[in-house]
Design a protein around this ligand. Structure first.
Ligand code: ADP
Ligand code: MG
Length: 600
């Protein structure tokens, strides 16, 4: 076995190197490191936005420009309007103004673009990226294409950072705090919601996550990182012009994040480092090689990108991480954490879900016709029928995903129609999916913890600064408790994607349970399971029923349902053809006809 290094020791060694770097390196290299730090700060925002959140932005350079121009104007202007005069002359006050201004712009741009899906979102970011760039070059007060000069240095405790080797420490302090807070954020309730955005939006909403809010959160955070980078840049260069804030630089930032490893916070630093050094090196060497000057590095650079994206789709960080064997930090569970409060379950036998004469038409097709049914606390109700009978449509009416053409569905006496899946989850109805929806690279524990999302309330700032640990311990404890309850304890820390299908289905039930529901809706939970897995599932459902849970099961598999459930409603062609105890339904001629003579 290879000796493993502790993450603390590696970080400590890295800090020590940074500390001495400006003392021993020639100024040229210190400047290079400064640029790497500035670029990495922007790329880090993109790791969060694009790599983790799946939202591609080509427009980050414009936010860098906002930060740079705000501080340049505020620290050089001699005739600021009265309402802004307080912020004049001080880089630190200008940083505050810049951050607030950038957050405002990001909120506006975000509310316009984040709703766009597919390739429209990146196109949207290109559009505003170009607009802001031309705004910088056009506005008279910003100095047009020549820009603004005479930007003062930043002072820290009265000590002016005039030299590259001095601002070096400030740049890297910003970068390292950004990396560490981002790392903290991702490892929290808020972070799990963010990590669910890529590929798990429907699931996340059903677990009570406000995905629109999470998208906006990472968009604003990424913009703020870019703004801080621009602020540092302006005071390092001591002048600003529009050139470094154009679209092609925005593309380069995206390259940095992707090449470094867009899913990893340290990948931002690696990507910024590799690309900055490579460009510098190519700029030096290529003209000599070709014996004439020209922008050869851009051409080489493009080719290099294609090769890296071909060979290492997850970027370079995973490759580097393999070379330096850092011990993985596994989340420790704190068994002493106080349990989360639980809602009281309705009394056994009480009707909790009631569909009244529900009809759903799709154009001329009547998918559900005058369907009525009830589910009681402490019972398992099955809705069965051949393929195409209208079961999933009925499931959607009852879970609030779809609205009936006529009739209504009441959950705990309140209508379900018109409520979003988040609100329904909060009311105590929790569901699994016919096609399993998990986050395969996240651990079983983290997947189940998403189910407990609506039982916590700590947001971005407490998470970034680790002020959420008490709540986090309670949430993880709850997730662990549900994992034990369904019998997956030995897989607690495995990646969810590594489980067999049967176990993944059971994981979904644990996730639904973590929301503290009184009603479980399961759409074809036995589909694709082997005999043993079906038995384990049936046993779990019996146990939950015994604890007073109401369960509605949509099933196609008669055998699975027969020995398990209390009552059955049989559907065919959108209508109820039978209802009753399993034994009764099994003898019903209409049901036998539907199953034996039907679509099967
Ligand atoms: P089951 O789940 O019992 O197999 P479904 O509820 O999925 O059946 O489908 C019932 C009928 O409704 C089918 O004929 C299906 O084609 C139709 N249907 C379902 N959803 C829609 C939709 N969104 N638009 C049009 N037709 C639909
Ligand atoms: Mg179906």
């Amino acid at each position: 076995m290879k000796p493993m290094l502790s993450p603390r020791a590696v970080l400590g060694a890295f800090l020590a190197l940074l500390l001495v770097a400006p003392l021993v390196m020639p100024p040229f290299y210190v400047t290079l490191l400064n640029y790497i730090g500035l670029y990495a700060l922007v790329a880090l925002g993109l790791v969060l936005l694009t790599g983790v959140g799946g939202l591609t932005s080509f427009g980050q350079a414009a936010f860098v420009g906002l930060g740079a121009y705000t501080t340049a104007v505020l620290t050089t202007a001699t005739d600021l309007p009265a309402w802004l005069a307080w912020a004049g002359g001080s880089p630190w006050l200008a940083l505050v103004v810049g951050l607030v201004f950038t957050a405002t712009v990001a909120l506006v741009l975000g509310s316009l673009t984040l709703r766009l899906s597919g390739h429209y979102l990146p196109l949207g970011t290109i559009a505003w990226g170009i607009s802001l760039y031309f705004l910088f070059g056009t506005l008279e007060t910003l100095g047009g294409h020549t820009g603004l000069t005479g930007v003062p240095p930043i002072a820290v405790f009265g000590y002016e950072l005039t030299d590259g080797s001095q601002i070096f420490y400030l740049i890297w302090a910003f970068l390292l705090s950004a990396v560490l807070t981002t790392q903290n954020l991702l490892d929290s309730r808020e972070g799990r919601a963010i990590r669910a955005l890529k590929g798990g939006m429907v699931m996340a909403e059903a677990m009570g996550v406000n995905t629109a809010r999470s998208r906006m959160v990472i968009f604003v955070i990424a913009a703020l990182h870019a703004c801080a980078s621009g602020w540092l840049y302006a005071h390092m260069q001591r002048f600003v012009n529009p050139t470094p804030f154009g679209l092609h630089i925005g593309i380069e930032y995206l390259f940095m994040a992707v090449v470094g490893g867009a899913g990893h916070v340290w990948g931002a630093l690696l990507g910024a480092g590799v690309i900055t050094v490579a460009k510098q090196w190519l700029q030096d060497i290529l003209p000599r090689l070709f014996g004439q000057s020209g922008n050869f590095e851009v051409i080489f650079f493009g080719l290099m990108m294609i090769v890296i994206l071909q060979r290492a789709r997850d970027g370079l960080w995973p490759l580097v991480a393999r070379l330096v064997p850092v011990r993985a930090t596994r989340r420790k569970l704190d068994a002493a954490a106080e349990p989360l409060p639980r809602k009281a379950l309705p009394a056994r036998g009480e009707v909790i879900l009631e569909a009244k004469e529900v009809t759903r038409k799709f154009g001329g097709l009547v998918a559900n016709n005058n369907m009525s049914l009830t589910v009681r606390a402490g019972e398992i109700m099955a809705l069965i029928g051949p393929n195409g009978a209208g079961k999933s449509t009925m499931f959607n009416q009852m879970s609030g995903v779809d609205t009936p053409t006529s009739g209504e569905v009441l959950f705990l006496g309140r209508p379900v129609a018109g409520r979003g899946s988040r609100e329904i989850a909060r009311m105590g109805m929790s569901r699994t999916f016919q096609h399993v929806k998990l986050l395969p690279t996240m651990s079983v524990l983290e997947n189940v913890a998403i189910g407990a999302h609506l039982r916590g309330d700590k947001g971005v700032f407490p998470s970034a600064w680790r002020l959420d640990r008490a709540e986090e311990a309670r949430l993880l404890n709850e997730a662990a408790r549900q994992i034990e309850r369904v019998g997956l304890a030995e897989h607690m820390f495995d990646a969810a994607g590594s489980l067999a299908l049967g176990q993944q289905r059971i994981l979904e039930i644990a996730r639904a349970l973590a929301a503290d529901p009184c009603l479980l809706l399961l759409d074809e939970p036995a589909a694709g399971l082997r005999f043993k897995e079906k038995q384990a599932l049936a046993e779990l459902l019996r146990k939950l029923r015994g604890e007073g849970m109401g369960i509605l099961l949509v099933e196609h598999d008669m055998d699975f349902v027969m020995g398990l459930v209390d009552r059955i409603v049989v559907m065919e062609f959108g209508e109820k053809i039978a209802e009753g105890l399993p034994e009764e339904v099994q003898q019903n001629p209409a049901v036998l006809e539907a199953y034996l003579g039907g679509v099967e």
